[in-house]
Structure formats: C-alpha cells, structure tokens
Design a binder for this molecule. Structure first.
Ligand SMILES: [Zn+2]
Length: 228
C-alpha cells in the first residue's frame, strides 16, 4: 500500500486553513540522525521532511505529523488529538531505541566512516599499503557503502578520491583476505589510473592484472566472492 502524501497534506492543510489557497507541497522521508520532522516555506512551496524512521508508519500517524508541522508554520494551535497520536506512536514502537541506534551508527559514520563493525578500512589500507606499495600510497577517503550492495562490491570514486566498499564485507562471516582483496583491487585502480572513456569505469589492463596476481589469496578471494 502506497502512502498518498499529497492527499494527506491537502486534507490536513484544508482543515487548518479552510479558505487559504492550497500551496504546492514537496514531501519526502529523510535520513535525519534522529527522529525529526521539518517544514519550511520557500517561494510558496511547503517543503516537508519526515524522518525515515517513520517510513511505514500508519497513515494516521503521518497525518498527525503533517498537522503538527503545518500548524506550527502557520502559528495555529496544535490539536491535542494529533499531538497525542504522534507521541504515542513514537513511544510505543520503540522508535527511541531505534533512533538511538541509528544516531550512533550515523554519528560514527560521519566521524569515522572507515570503521565498520568488524573491519576497519583504514587499518586494512595501511596494512596493504605497507605490504604491497612500500607505504607510498596516499590514503584516499575510505568508506563503507550505505547499503548492502551485491552488484557493486567496491569502487574507486575519483571525483571524491574515495574507495567505497560494500557493507556486506563488514561481517564476521567474511574472511579478512576477501575484504583485503576488494581494497587491494581498488588500490590498484589508484595506482593505474585510466582516462574515462564513455561509461567504462573499471579497466584492468595487463599491468593491472600483473599487480593483481601479486595478491597472495587471489584464488580463494575470488572463490569467496562467488558465494556472495
Ligand atoms: Zn576494477
């Protein structure tokens, strides 16, 4: 069932401001670090952001938040019914615990995004740098992907000078050589830069491949990737 946000917003707005013309609404779920919902009016458009922790909340909860936000921006009194409904939902769904966890994760990610639950990409990078590159490679940004991508295990993003590794590797089930291999492969992209031609992002020339063969657990790592 898809939530019809526009319809909810129109209805709530009508209720609060029966005679005013209906503005345009832009509404989205947004990954705030906390349960948070915001509203602002810009050039006649009302922009609403609902915490993504509330994605999947029942329609009447979204309605209650919309009421609170729209009432707030037009300085109307907030109906107790809505305030209570929202508060009750947040406290009954353990959202405070969930929010706490998300805040911790996002907080940590912002400060030290290379550190996962099991593997620390900076530690892996420094170790590989020492073992295979004489410690000469400058450390790019190292981050775990936000999602658990299986189609993009790792990539080097030259625009941000960042190596991004899929979060599926940050697990106790993943042997160290497998995540090392992903980082090592992306480090070789740093060592062997290519001019982007068309949409080919990943070019593995003969020198690249020769370097890749230097990785001691190449066969096991490739085998492991097939099991993902
Ligand atoms: Zn590649």
């Amino acid at each position: 069932m898809k939530l019809n946000l526009q319809e909810i917003l129109h209805r709530v707005y009508r209720e609060l401001r029966p005679r005013a013309p209906i503005p345009h609404f832009r509404a989205e779920f947004y990954p705030f670090a906390n349960i948070n919902n915001t509203i602002r009016l810009r050039e006649g458009v009302l922009h609403l952001r609902f915490s993504d922790l509330l994605e999947g909340a029942p329609e009447n909860v979204i309605e209650a938040i919309a009421h609170i936000l729209i009432a707030k921006i037009y300085k109307k009194p907030i109906e107790t019914l809505y305030a209570t409904r929202y508060r009750r939902y947040v406290s009954s769904h353990d959202l405070s615990a969930k929010a706490h966890l998300v805040r911790q994760m996002r907080g940590r990610k912002r400060i030290d995004s290379a550190k996962g639950n099991f593997y620390d990409l900076e530690e892996l990078f420094d170790d590989l740098n020492r073992r295979f590159f004489h410690g000469l490679m400058g450390r790019p940004q190292l981050t775990w992907s936000r999602g658990h991508a299986r189609n993009m295990l790792g990539h080097y993003d030259p625009a941000h000078n960042a190596i991004v590794v899929s979060r599926i590797f940050d697990s106790v089930r993943v042997p160290r050589y497998a995540v090392e291999y992903i980082v090592y492969h992306e480090m070789l992209h740093l060592k062997h830069p290519v001019k982007l031609r068309g949409s080919r992002r990943c070019i593995h020339g003969p020198e690249f491949q020769a370097d890749e063969r230097q990785f001691p657990h190449l066969a096991e790592a490739r085998l492991f990737l097939k099991t993902l």
